[in-house]
Design a protein around this ligand. Sequence first.
Ligand SMILES: *Cc1c(COP(=O)(O)O)cnc(C)c1O
Length: 360
Amino acid sequence: MEEVYNFSAGPAVLPQEVKSIVQEELANYRQTGMSVMEMSHRSNPFQDIIDEAEALLRELMNIPDNYHVLFLQGGASLQFSMLPMNLLTKHKKAEYVLTGSWSVKAAKEAEKFGDITTKISSNDKNFTYYPTVDLTTLSTDLDYIHITTNNTIEGTVIPSIPDTKQIPLVADMSSNILSEHYDVSKFGLIYAGAQKNIGPAGLTIAIVREDLIGSPIENCPTLLNYETYSKNQSLYNTPPTFSIYVAKLVFEWLKQKGGIAAIEKTNRQKAGMLYDFIDQSKLFHSLVKPGSRSLMNIPFTAESDELNAAFIKQAGEKGLVNLKGHRSVGGMRASIYNAMPVKGVQALIDFMESFEKANK
Ligand SMILES: *Cc1c(COP(=O)(O)O)cnc(C)c1O
């Protein structure tokens, strides 16, 4: 296929400009005679790469100095365990706000290390809205409150970040990190798998307030202790070097585009175009309540399973690929991360319009 628009939820679309640079530098990185893939993680060129990646992320997200930026592996899913092993150690109590299947999985892992409450939840309506994070119902001696800022599968986003006062707020930001402005100082810890809005799979980023590092569970495995990474600038052992390199290029691309403020504006425009079309359509429906709608992952459905299947098939033939919804939700899902151009969303809307005309 010549040109496709990739609506995959993850691993997901990367900026064309970044792929071109990777291609140019692939075999011979800046006159070193070797690829970044072949380079020692202790070499000067790689040290520059990881330093620049961290500096760019700090600049883009305006990360305060008392936060560490850690480059980890194991995906966001390993954070479901690593997080309680490091933070669920004082009162051994935490609240997990349940807003979708990823938060359910996160809570399940944390239960192995302490008492987990799930008082705030949107499970009553199949996770189709984002519940109010009302602290008055919660115990005051929690080690942290865990939220998922954007629910990749269900297509909801937290409308505003709650003030959790002295209780650290922890966020799984895997599917909307760098897509809109968040004030990092409101969080104790933010983590995200890279393969949605940052770069290739294999890299996980954690942004951790320094006072939360250093009191893990007893006998914590070295590689599951945040301190191992904070003390060694994420170079205790071999990090996912190539993924860090591509992430650095994505950060440069985003900075060039005007940073988070600029990309947020484009993201609101892209999502707005798609929701506006869906809301006036007589064939397609949004599953998510207005006010909770994600800018990144937009599930929608036609009238029947047959029409959904026909839509996905015909869209694929037009180069609009990976639109099948998650198996737990059904229908379609368009993931429109930072790297999805406005014209990709327009191409999807144009096709939806012609599909609706042909099937009314
Ligand atoms: C994709 C995703 C995960 C799982 O990420 P892995 O890197 O595959 O472990 C967890 N949480 C959210 C919100 C996600 O979107």
